[in-house]
Design a protein around this ligand. Structure first.
Ligand code: GDP
Length: 426
């Protein structure tokens, strides 16, 4: 039996989907525990190329039960579209279970997210505008709607009325929006949509409890990365739920002591979508080059298509990311992207107002930080067809081993191409 959390060490987009898809071959459960359809995991396999937003990355395996835990923001329509997309691409119908305690993300959440970002103008946080911050605010305000509520008509009316009451003033006076859905319209929409997922809804905490008792292999799949955590990350340029492995036990419903391994995923260089401090960011032609050659089609967001900001590997941020994740090991992805470079800079420290720092500071200081680079020699040869760690050029092995030393966590897997088979154990 194993319970493995697969989480991001950085700003998101580290390649968690690929690693989860790879490890899911030996799993019986893959569980999403936070976030919603605001980010995407890219998976390339025998069925084609997919960007999964809400569906767990085990949906391509008949042996896997995919679980959407109570910590997830469920946009029912988006979920149904994803399922439909799998069907259209001839993927066999996945085994899916959705927690009856998960809450529903409503059109009003997306509306408020968009209105807030527009209002913020130049100061916006780079939200994907899919409603995540208003959704989690409503959960904290205790006015959110659990999926189980949608099946209880009287309770649903009460809950929706309460939710709308809290929104009216804000919508009208902050955003100037008066034309919003009525209580009846929202109830009708929810009752219609929920039919599409009714057969998947159950008590997933009980399901996972039984799975643990029966010594099954469970993967817990994080969205975004450590630095987007509202408490430990680059606040306020964070997401609204915790992407940390520690939260997996809450958002999935698994005892903390049951988690046996925590795999922090990181790219061999850095990328970041949205606003906020990004110390090793590359501008100009070097940045353009890395953006164009990164990932599988260049560095563009899986959900939004937004160009990702790119930079050299940031060991200060990644060491911190691994620490707050509690990583027992690292999966290093996108090593192939660096193959043609003669020299590869790696940030080993920050300089802030003349002082050298090797710990990760707060957002206020991050804006002032300059990277201190160490230059590693590149390997300048194609590694995308290589079959084992020993076959890697020695400069590539030196690069990997130096990163391992800097992040103070053993690297277990190295991904050297976007395909499922382009991965090796170290
Ligand atoms: P996630 O959200 O952490 O799953 O990451 P994304 O899917 O948003 O972004 C990772 C990108 O890197 C995707 O385009 C993947 O196809 C791609 N990718 C993953 N591993 C590798 C790799 O080892 N090499 C290359 N070239 N691309 C990779």
């Amino acid at each position: 039996m194993s319970v493995v959390a697969i989480v991001g060490a950085n700003w998101g987009d580290e390649g968690k989907g690929k690693i989860t898809d790879y490890l899911a071959k030996d799993a019986q459960f893959v569980v999403r525990f936070q976030g919603g359809n605001n980010a995407g995991h890219t998976i390339i396999n025998q069925f084609g190329k997919f960007a999964l937003h809400l569906l767990p990355s085990g949906v391509f395996y008949p042996n896997v039960t995919n679980v959407i835990g109570p910590g997830v923001a469920v946009n029912i329509r988006a979920l149904l579209q994803e399922l439909d997309n799998l069907k259209r691409n001839k993927v066999p119908e996945p085994h899916l279970r959705i927690s009856h305690r998960a809450q529903v993300l409503l059109p009003i959440h997306a509306l408020m997210d968009q209105a807030e970002e527009e209002l913020l103008g130049q100061n916006q946080f780079g939200s994907t505008r899919s409603g995540i911050a208003p959704f989690y605010s409503d959960k904290a305000l205790k006015v959110g709607i659990q999926i189980a509520d949608v099946f209880a008509p009287n309770r649903l009316r009460e809950r929706v009325t309460r939710l709308i009451e809290t929104k009216e003033v804000l919508l009208k006076h902050r955003y100037g929006i008066s034309d919003v859905m009525s209580v009846d319209e929202i109830m009708e929409l929810l009752r219609g949509d929920v039919q599409g997922i009714a057969s998947y809804v159950c008590d997933t905490s009980q399901l996972l409890h039984d799975a643990l008792k029966n010594r099954k292999n469970i993967l817990l799949e994080g969205q975004l990365g450590a630095l987007r955590d509202p408490d430990q990350g680059i606040f306020p340029f964070v997401t609204s739920s915790s992407p940390l492995a520690g939260f997996a036990s809450v958002g999935a419903g698994i005892p903390p002591h049951a988690i046996t391994r925590i795999v922090a995923v990181t790219k061999a260089y850095s990328t970041c979508v949205g606003a906020g401090p990004f110390v090793t960011e590359l501008m100009g032609t070097q940045g353009e080059w890395l953006r164009k050659h990164g990932a599988d089609i260049g560095e563009y967001g899986a959900t939004t298509g937004r160009p990702r900001r790119v930079g050299w590997f940031d060991a200060v941020a990644t060491r911190y990311g691994c620490r707050i994740q509690g990583a027992t090991e690292v999966a290093l992805t996108n090593l192939d992207v660096l193959s043609s470079l003669q020299d590869i800079p790696v940030a080993t420290g920050y300089k802030i107002h003349g002082k050298v720092l090797d710990t990760f500071p707060t957002t206020a200081d991050l804006f002032e930080a300059e990277p201190i680079f160490e230059i590693m020699p590149g390997w300048q040869s194609d590694i995308s067809q290589i079959s084992g760690y020993d076959k890697l050029p020695s400069a590539a092995k030196n690069y990997i081993e130096r990163l391992e030393e800097l992040v103070e966590t053993p690297i277990s897997w190295i991904s050297y191409g976007p395909r499922r088979d382009q991965i090796m154990k170290k």
